[in-house]
Structure formats: C-alpha cells, structure tokens
Design a protein around this ligand. Structure first.
Ligand code: 6LW
Length: 519
C-alpha cells in the first residue's frame, strides 16, 4: 500500500472533481484565465498523478475580465461510455453581479475528441452532473444573487439534463439550502446503499472552508445534513500545514475503499499568504454504522494510507524543457488565449513568442507559464532577444496576475541600448529596479524563490530580494467597498514573456527552461 503524500497536485489546482472509470482515476481542476481551460490529471493508484494536459475550450472569451474570470470548478462524470465535463465560464462577478454561463463537453475517451460545448444555464456556478441508475441525468449548481445586502448565493439547485437531446429540460428546483456555515457551493451528488449523498463546499474558499454532507432517500430531497457536520475542515486548526480544506468530491475503489479529493492551501507561516494557490489533496474516508462518511479527526492529513492498489509511478517530468517537441508540454499554460502559430511556435530546441500586448491589456499577452509548485525553487531560461525600442521586452517572470508580477527582462533604452533589469508591478504600481546590465548575447536569466523572498539574477548581477508574498491569493484579492473587484483564485506562475507595445510583433526566442526545486 502506497502513501498518499498531500497535496497530490501541488501548486494552483483548486476545486478538484475526482472520477474513477474502471481502474483509472481522473481529477479535473479549475484554470480561470489560463489555457487549457480545464486541467486533467490521471492516476492508477491515487498515489502517483500525472498531468494529462487539458481540454481546450477555444470558444471561451477570457479577455476583458477581472483576472479571475475564466473556467471555474469543472466536474467530470461518466455514463454509457461517455465522459461528461461541465464547467462555468465566468464572465463577471465584480460588483456582485454574476454572469456564470455553464457548458457541457462530452468525449468517448479522456483524450478526446471533446465535443462542441452544449450551453447550459447561467443561474449559478460550480456545475456538476449526476447520472442516476434509471438513466436520467441531472445538472447541479449553486444559484447566485446579485442583490445588495443578500448572501451572494442562496443554495444548490438541480435541473434535469436530457442526454439524448443534449439539453436541459424541465425547470430548476431548490435542492439544499446549506448550513449556518453559509456560501454553499461545489455540489456533487452520489448514490450509495439506497441514499443520495450531496457533498458541498461551504464557508467560502479561504480559512473557513469546509466539506458538508447531506443525504436523502429521494433524489429531489428533502436532504438532511450530517448531524456531525462538517466532514472536513481546517478552520479550528491553524497549526496544520494543510489549510482551507474544503470543496471535495468522493471516489471509491473497486474494492470498496473510499477517498475524498479536496481543495487545500499551504500558507507562508501561520495563516500567511498562499503563493502556491489552492492545491488538491486526498483523504481516506470511512463510513459509520449509520451510513455517514468520516475522515480521521475531521481534518486534512499530509500523509494518508493509500488504497490497496499496485503502485503505478509515472516517469518523472524532466527538470529542463528543451522545446524539442512541436507541442507545448502539459505543464505549460498560456494566458487568456490558446497557443496558436500566430504568436507561439515550439520545436527544434526553441520556444518562439511574438511580442504581445502589455500586462494591463487583459488580452493578446504573449505569456507561457508553469505553476510554482514548491516554496523553494529556481526557474531559469535562456533568452535571445534584440530589442531596439523601449516598448519591446522579453524575459522570465514570477507572475500572479496582471497587477502583481516581477519581470526579469531584456529591454532597451536610449542610454544603455539592450540591457537586463527588473520591472515589477505591485497592485498595479509599476517600478523599474536597476542596475541596468548591458546585454551580452543570449542571456541565461534566473529567478530564485525562497519562501517569501524572490531573487533575480543574470551572470554575477543580482536583484532583490523582493517580496514574493505579493504573488499570493490573499494579496491579489482587491475589493470596492467590501465587494470583490478581483479575487485571488489562481496561484503564482513562472513564465516566459514577450511584449511589443509597438504592435510590430518582434520575436523572442527561449530555450532550456529549467524548473528546479531546492533540496
Ligand atoms: C469555486 C468555489 C470555490 O467556484 O471557489 O473553493 C470558487 N470554492 O466553489 C473559485 O474557485
């Protein structure tokens, strides 16, 4: 029996939905403004996971949104030889107005081909699909409320989905109002031993987060909450490494062992900032004689005895991406637009980016990045770039969102010509950090993260230490009079970035991108 070492998906992997099909386990996680639009992972033993890549939802317009628009809380399910993936393409939440169109894509195999999206309703977010034993399918979600002074969501709703006609039918009905913990969302429905079990996320996705379970003999309720609610939370245990435990989904093994995949966060210090974003962990679940699920102590554990399944380790991801493949590796994401030949090409040892718009544009940026998954890690890449204008720059970045980033860049100015320095943005306040070091051919640029400190270097020259904690969910959240303008729902990234504000589209070339955790 292997040990599940949590988090199983370190770095930005929130809102996990876990699914077993035969001997294979899959997890889908949210991506917000990053492509691919839904991120998928595969395991055969719940211990070893690998990124499968994602489902590119090209029809999504991730531009012009607050930074955390985009794909929320995908849910993967399976019926009659078909994978069902539902997700919310969040268009707005700022000011309390929710526009949350839900979509369904289907595929005969996890690798695809995925269908064109079927539009569902936009009444609320965190959709999931439940396939009942009688062949009927149901869409669940929360329901949002824009009215000032009201809770922003008021419970879980359910509506029938007709699989043959590929559309919603009937009317949505209220399923569950939630508990006093409030903010009831992330619904997943399961059938076991004659009960329908409704698993929800409550308390909001931060320190008060929890997993709540309710059950009913009838699909449409009434649902009674577990008298010993919640199933899981870290709210009373700020000392634990795994915080924010909530938003869970259940899975069983062929031998009848049960597990819960759930969201967690690992702050810098006691309830400090989470630069790794919200991550995915797995806990072991047992059932009481009365048929309620239990997790040891009701809290998240870093090490969990795995199921009785043969070990199935995947080959290690190489530390350095040499860009020999004509496609981007599965650990890379792109910002707000899918990779396409008009701005990105890879192969023969190079990643070439056509300079895009500035960080503030919220569209047309040329940024290729990977999740920061360790609190102590070095990221470096070789950059070849020949700017001739101060509006052109390329280099490597430690990036949270359009307002919070550090950019170790090759730039140009009238005095120095091509040079290397650090440009940074802290809640939108932009600062240039010298010295400006003359550029000498291809530049090996390096960023080093040590907990809350970030250092940049080129040759013998070092910039920083900078405050890395601004690259966190907590710092990214900004509000207007208590109403969120931008939420911090993603996590820090390391990336390769090219900008050309002349609109001329100068090319930058990147090679040997190395991500190396410190021992
Ligand atoms: C998600 C909601 C939540 O849709 O945070 O963790 C929201 N819970 O369920 C954004 O990830």
């Amino acid at each position: 029996m292997g040990i599940i070492q949590n988090p199983v998906l370190p770095g930005f992997h929130p809102d996990p939905s876990i699914l077993r099909v035969g001997d294979d386990y899959y997890i889908a996680t949210s991506t917000f403004e990053w492509y691919p639009g839904v991120r998928l992972h595969h395991s055969k033993d719940l211990v070893h996971w690998r990124a499968l890549g994602g489902v590119l939802t090209d029809q999504l317009d991730m531009t012009g949104n607050p930074d955390s628009g985009g794909v929320w809380a995908p849910c993967l399910s399976y019926a009659d030889g078909t994978f069902y993936l539902v997700y919310t393409d969040v268009k707005s939440y700022a000011g309390g107005f929710w526009d949350t169109p839900n979509h369904l894509v289907t595929a005969p195999a996890i690798e695809g081909p995925w269908s064109e999206p079927v539009p569902l309703h936009a009444r609320g977010f965190d959709p999931s699909m439940f396939h009942d034993d009688d062949g009927r399918s149901w869409l669940l979600s929360n329901r949002t409320d824009w009215r000032p002074g009201r809770p922003w969501a008021n419970g879980i709703i359910i509506q029938e989905y007709d699989r043959a006609r590929r559309r919603l039918v009937g009317e949505p009905v209220d399923l569950y109002a939630g508990t006093a913990a409030g903010m009831t969302e992330g619904p997943h429905l399961y059938r076991k031993d004659g009960w329908y079990y409704l698993v929800t996320a409550e308390g909001g996705t931060e320190w008060f987060h929890q997993v709540t379970v309710a059950r009913s003999r009838e699909l449409l309720g009434p649902y009674r909450t577990d008298p010993d609610t919640p199933l899981l939370t870290s709210v009373h245990r700020p000392d634990l490494t795994l915080q924010k435990a909530g938003h869970g989904s259940l899975v069983d093994t062929p031998d009848g062992e049960w597990f819960l995949a759930h969201l967690t966060g690992r702050p810098l210090g006691l309830r400090g900032r989470c630069i790794l974003g919200r991550e995915t962990a797995i806990q072991r679940v047992t059932w009481t004689g009365e048929g309620w699920p239990r997790i040891d102590g009701g809290v998240p554990h870093e090490q969990v005895p795995g199921p009785g399944l043969p070990a199935h380790p995947w080959p290690d991801e190489p530390e350095t991406d040499d860009f020999t493949s004509p496609a981007l590796g599965p650990h890379w994401s792109t910002l707000r637009r899918p990779p396409s030949p008009d701005w990105l090409s890879t192969g023969s040892g190079r990643l070439r980016l056509t300079g895009g718009r500035s960080a503030a544009a919220l569209s047309g940026e040329s940024l290729v990045a990977r999740r920061v998954q360790h609190q102590r890690v070095t990221f470096e890449a070789t950059v070849e770039f020949e700017p001739s204008q101060y509006q052109q720059m390329a280099g490597i970045t430690a990036y949270y969102n359009s307002r919070n980033w550090y950019f170790l860049r090759i730039g140009w100015d009238e005095q120095d010509g091509p040079m290397v320095d650090v440009l940074a943005s802290d809640r939108g306040r932009v600062t240039l950090y010298g010295p400006a070091v003359p550029l000498d051919g291809p530049a090996r640029l390096r960023l080093e993260l040590e907990g809350g400190a970030l250092r940049a270097s080129y040759g013998d020259v070092e910039w920083g230490p900078f405050d890395a904690s601004i690259l966190s969910d907590e710092y990214a959240q900004e509000s207007d009079g208590g109403v969120p303008r931008t939420w911090g729902f993603t996590g820090a990234f390391f990336g390769l970035w090219a900008q050309d504000m002349t609109g001329g589209g100068i090319t930058a070339s990147f090679s040997a991108a190395t991500y190396k955790p410190h021992p």
